[in-house]
Each structure stands twice: as C-alpha cells, then as structure tokens.
Design a protein around this ligand. Sequence first.
Ligand SMILES: [Zn+2]
Length: 155
Amino acid sequence: MYVVEKVIRQYHKFSTHDTIIEYAMCLSCYEEIASELSEESMIKLSGYLEANVKFEKRRERLSSKEERDIGDWLSHCIVKGTAKKELEEFQIVGQFDGKHLLRHDFPFIIGFEAINEMNELLSNKTIDTLNGFRDKFLSPDPALDDLLKPKLLLL
Ligand SMILES: [Zn+2]
C-alpha cells in the first residue's frame, strides 16, 4: 500500500493548472516520517481534522452512491467545503493498494486555507522535519523554490 500526494495550482484566468509536487510513498516510510514528528503536533493535527471533517458520514454518503464516481470525493475542500474550482491551490491525497484507489478517509482534496491553518498548529521542529523531507526527496526545480518554500506537505 502506498499514498500519493499532489499539490496543484490552478490558473483560473487561463483555465489551466500545474502539478507543483507529486510523489508516492509506501506506508512504512510514511510511518517512519510520522514517528519523527512531535507527538504534540500530531495530536493537534488529528484534533483539527476531527473537529472539521466528519470522515465517517462522508464515507457513508459517498460509498452509497451507485456509480461510485471518484469526482464526488474530490469536488470540495474536505475542511472548508470550498468547491475545487474556487481553489487557487490544493493538495490531493489518495491511498492505493497496487493500482486500486482505496476509498475510506482518502481520497480527498484540501485547499491551502486549511493547510495554512494546520501549518500554524505545528511546532517549528515538526515543520523543519517536514521541510527536510521535502528537500531531501522531492528536489524540486530550483525555479520553483520560492513557490514551494512556504508549503507544508500534509503527510
Ligand atoms: Zn518506502
């Protein structure tokens, strides 16, 4: 099993979008990174999601749809409810088993307003760990560096 995360920026004026970051990570690497984050930050993050997202209701509502259209899972920011087309930038997260996309809490999109709120809950140490991961493994195009620096990856 593995997780795929993308950061997408939309340019409404030009009706186009860029994928700024895209990566896949197996669950054991994910757990390794998560174990390096401070417990306090993890508790705050999960508290934030618990308070703002009704995962169980969402899962029930979406799973009962006949066609199981994935578009319904990705149509709105999971925290703020903002329509995807209104978001300038968002992250999309999915979990896969082989080539099969799993449907439970994932997949979802989350807009940068919510990402920024989550960012503020994290300790500096946790932010450093996440940024270190980003710099080590994602080695983005230096031209994109300014765009990426302030970004928190969700996982
Ligand atoms: Zn791995």
